[in-house]
Design a protein around this ligand. Structure first.
Ligand code: FRU
Length: 493
């Protein structure tokens, strides 16, 4: 039978070749594929008290290929245990790839996966995408005999069967039923998010359209996620072909957060605002879950499609996820903070208080490539500080920087000198709130990436960095007068 063969082959391959990758070739606390290629997070959910996380996976190469699902689980969102690959493209309806999807726990204790089955070659007019199910025990899964369960012809408006994907399911205990959102593409190439519902998770009906791109916010909308947060309703989507606006939406394929209100009776979503989710260079296709203690946590592929073909020399894996982030709304604005569980892995604190700003400052004990570093900067008096820069992953020939330009009101992340051998986009700027020259920057480094949380999560900038590990210096540079505090922890298990 083709079925068992393809999955068994992938499992045997990853077992042999995954084991050959040394721990120091990987980040410490960011998820990477067992071997080969990873893109979107899939099935990020709680199942029988543990966090499960699947991923778009092609074990046989460090470039994208026929999609499988890789699988990990964790008790605390920081330390992940590898599980064998969960799904392979082994049926007629998914032979072109097992694309992105999600997971939920069934009332009978089984785990339900819903994913996009691709038939025919992706991105061709003949391609057909449908939503399919697999049921399992947290390790092994059986595809449902009646797949597919959602097809484009269930949608009353004319839309394109070649672009109907990335179902996100959840169980609504209040209504005692399942819902799913998926990305669709209308005849004019614009994207939209369709909502479906099901009493048992297996029999589905179309409910309506939640929102549309109207070709204004990109075209096709991929990887939708929909949830309520702090009294508002949030629809997060990953539009393809975004047009940049000022400092936002520069990544071509980018991520936006549509905030509004949701009428549970009519299932109508009314959009009130649109904002960028991440201002870095590498961030796409996020997915969220709700933790047992009620937090909404987001994880994303820390890569832009445009950069994803470029690999580090000798790499045996390609693609990783961001650190999971807790979401909240503060004064109507989306706030993202590293999950609090990270604090359990902080070691060896170094605190430097009230350091005077200078052209260049090096501080004892402040260096490293796996760390959690917070810098709090304030001007001596109003208007006295012009800029403040933190350099990290630094040695004589390399550095990455985060620069706050006080008058301009921006933070710029720049990895031009990170040692990467390709001419890709290396700088991004984010607008920051004016606090009279004061700013707080929390920088998480994990060997191959940097995530910058500005002003307690008002903006986040995520980027892969390609700098050799021996470049572990950190220094501070200021123009003007001010003072700063530094709080640094190593992170380790
Ligand atoms: C987003 C995406 C999804 C699709 C998957 C294929 O990055 O294009 O729309 O399901 O990747 O790997």
């Amino acid at each position: 039978m083709m079925k068992q063969t393809k999955l068994a082959e992938a499992r045997a391959y990853e077992k042999t070749y995954g084991a050959q990758i040394l721990p120091e070739e990987r980040p410490l606390f960011h998820v990477t594929p067992t071997v080969g290629w990873l893109n979107d997070p899939n099935g990020f959910s709680v199942y029988q008290g543990e966090y499960h996380l699947f991923y778009q996976y092609y074990p046989y190469d460090i470039h994208w290929g026929p999609m499988h699902w890789g699988h990990m689980k964790s008790r605390d969102l920081i330390r992940w245990e590898r599980l064998p690959a969960a799904l392979a493209p082994d049926m007629e309806y998914d032979a072109g790839g097992v694309f992105s999807g999600s997971a939920a726990e069934l009332p009978d204790g089984r785990q339900l996966l819903m994913y996009t089955g691709v038939q025919g070659k992706d991105n061709t007019p003949e391609c057909r995408q449908t939503q399919c199910l697999a049921v399992g025990d947290g390790r092994n899964y059986q595809k449902y005999e009646q797949n597919p369960v959602l097809t484009a012809d269930m949608i009353p408006e004319p839309c394109q069967a070649k672009d109907f994907r990335d179902p996100k399911i959840w169980r609504d205990p209040a209504e005692n039923c399942f819902f799913a959102v998926a990305g669709i593409r209308m005849q004019d190439n614009s994207g939209a998010v369709a909502l479906f519902s099901s009493e048992d998770g297996f029999h589905w009906q179309y409910v309506g359209i939640l929102d549309r791109s109207r070709n204004e916010y990109g075209r096709m909308w991929e990887c939708p996620d929909f949830f309520e947060l702090d009294g508002g309703a949030l629809l997060i989507v990953s539009p393809q072909e975004m047009r940049a606006q000022g400092l936002t939406f520069h990544n071509g394929n980018d991520v936006i957060c549509l905030q509004g209100s949701y009428d549970r009776r009519t299932h109508a979503f009314t959009r009130e605002s649109v904002s960028a989710v991440d201002y870095g260079l590498d961030f796409y296709a996020p997915q969220t879950l709700k933790t047992p203690d009620g937090r909404r946590v987001l994880i994303a592929w820390m890569q832009a499609w445009e950069n994803s073909q470029f690999c580090r020399d000798g790499a045996r894996w390609q693609g990783m996820f961001t650190l999971p982030r807790e979401l909240s709304l503060r004064e109507g604005r989306l706030i993202q903070q590293p999950v609090k569980e990270l604090e359990n892995y902080r070691r060896n604190p170094v605190l430097c208080k009230d350091v005077p700003c200078a052209r260049r400052t090096l501080l004892p004990g402040i260096s490293g490539r796996i760390l959690d570093l917070t810098v709090h900067v304030r001007p001596q008096q109003e208007g006295s500080l012009e800029s403040f820069t933190v350099y990290f992953a630094q040695n004589d020939s390399h550095s990455v920087s985060v620069r706050y330009e006080v008058r301009k009101g921006t933070v710029c992340l720049d990895r031009t000198d990170s040692g990467f051998r390709y001419n890709i986009v290396n700088r991004r700027e984010a607008p920051v709130r004016d606090q009279g020259g004061e700013i707080r920057l929390r920088i998480l480094l994990d060997r191959f990436s940097a995530e910058i949380f500005v002003n307690d999560g008002e903006q986040v900038m995520s980027a892969c960095i390609y700098t050799p590990q021996e470049a572990d210096g950190i220094s501070f540079e200021a123009e003007g007068s001010g003072r700063f505090d530094v709080e640094k922890y190593e992170l380790s298990f």
